[in-house]
Design a protein around this ligand. Structure first.
Ligand code: ZN
Length: 299
């Protein structure tokens, strides 16, 4: 009897709670940056499931059962697109069956469809080029101006999917955009000294960040996209960067530091480990803090 009344009490709490997950719009975010942005716009009206963490390489995830379960519940999907998630997202969507998050549907946002893409390939891609992204570089979130554009798309879609809360989403977006614009101008002021500096990257994960700040990429540790550094290529990079006054070697939390350490030892150029996304280090607890920390480490 006691047990039963406890269950009833528990049910009562569940039903009475206005913040119950059942009434919220479910968002499936492929990566932490999209989860964080969706949370900024959705506030307490959404439940965000983030499919990966900052230590995972999003190119190489697996379509695990836990991801499938979350996908089946999703009202809105937010991913980078431009083939970034091609190894696992189509499998998940196919298994999840028809719902509103399928490609082209109202509940599907492929963020790279809404921003100007860099590194768009003119020639046809083939396997010899490595793991290339023919539609353009999909690592778009590190130009903060792209986040402004995508925040608008998220607000529009949430307003359609959950019309009664439309004004909440529009207000959250307006607040985000005004705070974000202010932050961007501060970051740009902080970064004026970085313009024209040279950097070595591991993968082309940083293209949008470096293009935004006017920093030049002089070499990649990967001989081809997706192919890990090898001795011959690293030797060549070491030769190529001689006398170029390179500021640092950028590495993301999920990238191996082995090649970077070798190059750093031989050249005396420091490794700069940037958070890459929300959760990429202990400082990067949200989007603003992640950019703050990135700018600080680049100084
Ligand atoms: Zn990539």
């Amino acid at each position: 009897m006691k047990k039963l009344s406890l269950i009833i009490l528990g049910l009562g709490v569940l039903i009475a709670s206005p913040t119950s997950a059942f009434s919220k719009t479910n968002i499936f975010a492929c990566a932490p940056e999209w989860g964080a942005l969706a949370q900024e716009i959705g506030g307490d009206k959404v439940h965000v499931y983030t499919a990966s963490n900052a230590n995972q390489d999003i190119h190489y995830m697996r379509a695990k059962p836990s991801l499938l379960a979350a996908m089946r519940k999703a009202d809105l999907l937010i991913c980078s697109g431009a083939s970034l998630e091609i190894g696992w997202l189509p499998i998940l969507l196919n298994k999840a069956g028809s719902n509103q998050v399928q490609e082209g549907a109202i509940g599907s946002i492929m963020a790279s469809d809404y921003v100007p893409l860099l590194d768009v390939m003119q020639e046809k891609a083939d396997r010899s080029m490595g793991h290339v992204h023919p539609e353009g570089n999909p690592h778009i979130h590190l130009d903060p101006n792209n986040m402004t554009l995508i925040s608008k798309v998220i607000a529009e879609r949430l307003s359609e999917i959950d019309a009664p809360n439309s004004s909440v989403y529009q207000n959250n977006q307006a607040t985000f955009e005004s705070n974000w614009k202010h932050a961007i101008s501060q970051w740009e002021a902080q970064a004026t000294g970085l313009k024209g500096q040279k950097i070595v990257v591991y993968h082309k994960s940083w293209t949008y960040l470096l293009s935004w700040l006017g920093i030049e990429t002089v070499a990649s540790l990967e001989p081809k996209p997706g192919v890990p550094p090898n001795a011959a290529h690293l030797e060549k990079v070491l030769q190529d960067i001689q006398g170029k006054n390179v500021k640092g070697i950028l590495v993301a939390p999920f990238e191996s530091e082995k090649g970077a350490k070798w190059l750093s030892k031989k050249s005396g150029i420091p490794i700069i480990k940037l958070p890459f996304t929300v959760g990429g280090n202990s400082q990067s607890t949200n989007l603003k803090n992640m950019f703050d920390d990135t700018l600080k480490r680049l100084q």
